[in-house]
Write a protein that binds this ligand. Structure first.
Ligand code: FMN
Ligand code: SF4
Length: 395
């Protein structure tokens, strides 16, 4: 892997102390207008929404409501294949806390929350104590949906971490019913670098999965967005690359190698950076079987509060599970899976069904030869050792 090194990057030298942070980055300067500074920075939590628009929207909503806003850092990272946010919180907690302070000032917030998984909390407690910051730490459960922003707001308010629907967006009514700015922790750290004049919009954190001698090798790196995927990820004998994570898409390895990681660079392959996961599936595995395990997990993670997750997603998952086994398959099964997948798009109260079926349809497209082999009663895989991580019980 030849990910080019970046000067003054997000992951620092590995010392998470305030002294090391100040030595590397200096003091946090005052920023007259954070939205102007954010420029074309996009969020790194999955959807890639422009940061400046969100900052302005929350500030305006708070002014209109005559109430201070709330700022929440989203560091839960419920996606099993992602580790970039946990690594960032471990190595550079003060960049994230700087970003929260900047965001709070920019939107007129009097309440600042940082939500993260259990493993990240001890380090964050130390960092918050070191700088005496008025930041409330909230522990998030290790579930896929816990980081969805309406579920996150529910958890911060003390309820179960379940999506509540997008009818009233959290930037208008979020924590305690107040306008709430939710940003991924990498986005916040990028704001902290931008405030110091760093080139923070041109790189990204990725979690890479490549085959190793004793199973998949996983690491986190900061890479330029203009880098080619083949230079960022060791493709070796990979047959396909999962781009974006479990709400992402499969891309054939040959097509993936030349793509850059920008939005425009990935779009022609129907992919997006999403949660920053890049996984090179080795030639000896069955892409259908791998995808089926992930989609069964995703279907089980939903609380089934609305139709697409109650009906469509479990059906698509069950159909894919059958297709992932060498046939014979029931007549019309492939068409049924396509139909069930199509039926859920745009129908959920959150983006979970859309993201999940994006993965299904990309698998049916990219692993079409394997589908044909399964229909003929054969699987071409020579190893059934799991490659993509899914929590116990989903395989
Ligand atoms: C099912 C689901 C799970 C999500 N999980 C996370 C997560 O773990 N971390 C995260 O930052 N964003 C997650 N998001 C995206 C958030 O809803 C939200 O868009 C993001 O935190 C906003 O931050 P950003 O503007 O900095 O990207 C998830 C979205 C969905 C639909
Ligand atoms: S679409 Fe699915 S995950 Fe989202 S709120 Fe509805 S049931 Fe829950």
């Amino acid at each position: 892997m030849t990910a080019p090194p970046l000067a003054r990057g997000l992951l620092g030298a590995g010392d998470p102390s305030l002294a090391a942070h100040r030595a590397a980055h200096g003091p946090l300067p005052a920023v007259p207008d954070l939205a102007v500074l954010a420029g074309d920075l996009t969020g790194r939590g999955g959807a890639g929404f422009p940061v400046a628009r969100k900052l302005r929207g929350v500030a305006e909503a708070a002014r209109a409501a005559g109430t201070p806003a709330v700022v929440v850092g989203n560091g839960g990272e419920g996606e099993p294949a992602a580790a970039k946010d946990a690594v960032l919180l471990d190595r550079s907690p003060h960049l994230v806390l700087d970003g929260l302070a900047l965001a709070a000032r920019a939107v007129g917030a009097d309440t600042v929350v940082l939500a993260a998984g259990r493993r990240s909390l001890p380090g964050l407690q130390r960092a918050v104590a070191e700088r005496g910051a008025p930041v409330r730490l909230v522990e998030l459960t290790d579930r896929f949906l816990a980081g969805e922003e309406t579920a996150l707001v529910a958890a911060v308010d003390g309820g179960p971490p379940l999506p509540r629907g997008r009818a009233v967006p959290v930037w208008r009514r979020g924590v305690q019913g107040r306008p709430t700015l939710v940003h991924n922790v990498e986005t916040l750290a990028r704001l902290a670098l931008l405030a110091r004049g760093g080139p923070a919009t041109t790189s990204t954190l990725v979690t890479r999965h490549v085959p190793g001698r004793h199973g998949p090798v996983v690491d986190v790196a900061e890479v330029p967005l203009t880098a080619r995927l083949g230079d960022v990820l060791a493709l070796g004998d990979a047959q396909a690359v999962l781009v974006g994570g479990y709400h992402g898409s499969w891309v054939p390895a040959r097509a993936a190698a030349g793509l850059t990681l920008t939005r425009d660079g990935l779009a022609p392959a129907g992919a997006a950076l999403g949660a920053g996961v890049l996984a090179a599936l080795p030639a000896d595995r069955c892409g259908l079987r791998e995808t089926s395990a992930v989609v069964s997990y995703l279907a089980a993670e939903s609380a089934g509060q609305c139709g697409p997750c109650l009906n469509g997603l479990p059906r698509a998952a069950a159909g894919l599970e059958l297709l992932a086994r060498p046939g014979p398959h029931p007549p019309g099964l492939l068409a049924d899976v396509h139909r069930w997948a199509g039926l859920v798009v745009g129908r959920g109260a959150c983006a979970h069904p859309d993201g999940s079926v994006r993965l299904v349809t990309s698998a049916l497209r990219v692993f079409a030869d394997e589908l044909a082999a399964h229909a003929a009663g054969r699987c071409t895989a020579t190893s059934h050792a799991p490659f993509l991580p899914v929590p116990a019980g989903a395989r």
